[in-house]
Each structure stands twice: as C-alpha cells, then as structure tokens.
Design a protein around this ligand. Structure first.
Ligand code: AMP
Length: 396
C-alpha cells in the first residue's frame, strides 16, 4: 500500500494528532450508538502502546463555523472515556492555549479530546492558518476518519500536508478493503446497486460498468431501466425522464464487457405498507394499478448463481423496499447468499453506503461480510471513482 501506517513511524515521546470520526448519534444527552467510538480504539491503543500521546481531533454535527454549545464534544467525553477505558482530558478549543494546556496536563495513558473542529470557520474552508495552528500542537498526524476523507477540511487534508501523516488502523482497514473490492480485485467482480433512484447514483453506475464484470441493478432504480427498455411498470417508482440515461449506461456496459442483470420477476402490491397483499409476476407483467416493491425469487436465484461464479462482491443499496415486510425478502435472501459464500471463503464481500448497512444488519448477514463500511458519503464517492482528498493527502 502506498500510504504510511502506524507501523512506519517512531511514535515514542511524540504527540500524535489523530483525526477521528466520533460523530455519534445522541438522544436526550446520551450517546445511543457508540460504534464509532469503539472503532477508534485500535488506533488509540496502538499509539499509546508505541509511547505516543493521543490527541483526538474530531467534528461533531454541523455547527457551521460557530461555537454551538449543544454541539460541543464535551457532551461525549464521558462516553469516549468509558468506551476507550481511559481518562479523557477535554480541551475547550482545538487550537491555542486551551489545547496546549490539556496536552501538557494529560498523563501518558490518557487521551486528550479537543473541541469540535467545526467551531472554527476555517475547518470546512481548509484554511491553512487553522491547519498551521493545529499542527503546532503535535509532531505526527494520523487520519483514522475515512468517513470524513471526501471533504478537504483543515483537519482532514490541510494538516496532513504539515506533519508526517499516517493512516490509522481503521483507515487502513477501510482502504485495504476498498482496494480489494475495486482497486485490485480478484475477478470476476459483481456489483449490486439498489435503492430508490437512478438520478442519485449516476456517477456510481457509470464508474462501475467500466470496472466490474457483472452489475446487478435492483430496487426502484431497476424500474427505470425496465421503462427504458419499453417495459411498463404501472404505478412503480420510476424516473421516466432518466430512461435515455439508463440506455446510455446499458450501452457503456456493453462496450466495457460488463454484464447487466435486471430483475426477471418482481413482487407487486397496490399499497406501500407492511403486510400489503402482494403477488409475484414476471418483470414484464406489472399490472397497471400495481407497483413493484421487491425482486422475486427467480431473480434471487439467478443472482445467487452470479455470486457463486464471482470472487469479489461490492454492494450498495437494497433490492426492494426493505423497510417494510415482506418486501425485504429479496434483499435478505441475496445478502444471506453472499454471507454464506463469504463464510465458505469463496467470496470477498464489501458493502456500504446509506441504507445498505441497515439492510444487511436486518438480514443478519453483516457480520459475515468481509468488510462493511459505515462511511456513507465517502464510501459512495469512492465507489464513484472519485479521489478522496483526505486519502490523497496521506499519499504525500
Ligand atoms: P437509496 O437511499 O437510494 O439506497 O434507496 C433506499 C431506499 O429505496 C429504501 O428506502 C427503499 O425502501 C427504497 N426502495 C427500494 N426499492 C424500492 C421500490 N421498488 N419501490 C420503492 N422504493 C424502493
């Protein structure tokens, strides 16, 4: 790998500024899901084990360059301490005297947590002056926030240019998984793209058809592709004005040798609600007063065959309206097939973005996937083939 990691620098006696993502969900002043904090533990423990002093830089919510007391990272310092099992010294600013004092006060096994970087307008503007103020606080920069790497901010990009820059353990795992899925994958590669609309995933589809061997299109966006091929879809969600774009994607796929898979059978209903009466019909036979809410069993069977013939799978978006039972059936069955093949060592499976994590969790398949990215926007931009400024800065 071209980026440097914690293994590539001497950290003993060094103050390490670690950019992390601890933007956890909160309700009534309590952290409701501490997963993001748990995920930074390997990096924190490793830096301390190597004799470095950990100083966490992070954003929280969207204060838009102003001090917003409700968005203070002070509210989660207790949760950070209990999840990491360490004393946390909180500083009321991420630069200047408050930060310096906290760093000076902290013991070698403590963690310093600096206040929300987005309280400074310079953060989101990638202001070099703010990055320089941050750089003054430490000797080494570690980026462990892949999920913020699609933004060129002072703490994700500017700072990496001013100090020796390393990828943290979580960043490293994420980059390795993404490289194994799309960068240098073992072929054949199958991509599953589902979800509501073609219009939000144009760049993604365009990039994938040039890189993968099989592209499975599911969910509402498959309806747009059916319409583009002259198939009527009744009252289904479909973007009829996107039909020419869908045809262009099909053409591009043909030119690149990428095989597109659309549903051959679908589950239709008259109401968009849990337990709605439904029937399975051929994809060409959606009744005029019905809507397609899921892929059918024949489609799932064909999909499973494609998975079995592939070595690498990359997945974003559900195959149907997975939040309402029984229209989660195709997503669940396909996810379970991918999980089984991964368990058997036959498939490298990487998934992420938006609702995908929720869909795979619901299917009980997430823990068997090779890697599940919780990075959202950054994962999607990477799937779109875009360069992520925070990752690029780590490459020097
Ligand atoms: P996205 O955020 O683009 O990944 O889309 C996910 C959303 O697409 C979920 O809320 C699904 O319920 C919805 N969805 C998937 N398939 C369909 C469908 N056939 N009809 C309506 N909504 C769908």
């Amino acid at each position: 790998m071209a980026w440097k990691t914690l293994d590539d620098a001497a950290l003993a006696g060094k103050t390490v500024l670690a950019r992390v993502d601890i933007n956890v969900p909160m309700e009534d002043g309590r952290v409701t899901d501490a997963t993001r904090i748990e995920k930074i533990r390997p990096t924190v423990d490793d830096i301390i084990a190597r004799g470095g002093r950990v100083v966490l830089l992070a954003h929280f919510d969207r204060p838009k360059g102003k001090v917003v007391p409700e968005m203070s990272l002070g509210h989660i310092s207790g949760a950070v301490a209990s999840v990491l099992g360490r004393n946390v010294v909180f500083a009321s600013d991420c630069i200047g005297a408050a930060a310096e004092e906290a760093i000076a006060k902290a013991g070698p096994n403590d963690v310093v947590l600096l206040e929300n970087t987005r309280f400074h307008a310079g953060e989101e503007k990638n202001d070099p002056a703010l990055a320089a103020e941050m750089a003054k606080l430490g000797d080494v920069y570690v980026n462990d926030a892949f999920s913020a790497a699609h933004r060129a901010h002072a703490s994700t990009e500017g700072l990496a240019r001013l100090l020796p820059a390393l990828a943290g353990r979580l960043m490293e795992a994420e980059l390795r998984a993404l490289d194994a899925a799309l960068g240098n994958p073992v072929r054949p590669v199958v991509a599953v793209v589902g979800g509501a609309k073609v219009s939000t995933k144009l760049d993604l589809l365009g990039n994938l058809v040039s890189k993968v061997d099989h592209l499975v299109i599911g969910g509402g966006m498959a309806n747009t592709f059916l319409v583009a091929q002259g198939i009527e879809v009744g009252k289904s969600l479909a973007e009829r004005d996107m039909a020419p774009t869908a045809l262009e994607i099909l053409e591009k796929a043909k030119a690149s040798g990428c095989q597109i898979h659309l549903p051959s059978d679908v589950v239709v209903a008259r109401e968009f609600k849990a337990g709605a009466a439904n029937e399975t019909v051929a994809a060409t036979a959606c009744p005029a007063d019905a809507m397609i809410l899921d892929a059918g069993p024949q489609t799932v069977q064909a999909l499973t065959k494609v998975f079995e013939a592939s070595k690498t799978l990359i997945w974003n978006g559900p195959l149907g309206a997975f939040e309402i039972v029984p229209f989660n059936a195709a997503t669940n069955a396909a996810a379970q097939a991918a999980a089984r093949l991964t368990r058997e060592g036959k498939l490298v499976s990487v998934a992420g973005g938006g609702d995908t994590v929720a869909a795979l969790n619901q299917a009980g398949a997430a823990s068997d996937f090779t890697f599940i990215s919780t990075a959202g926007g950054a994962f999607l931009e990477w799937m779109e083939g875009k360069e992520l400024p925070g990752v690029k800065a780590l490459l020097g």
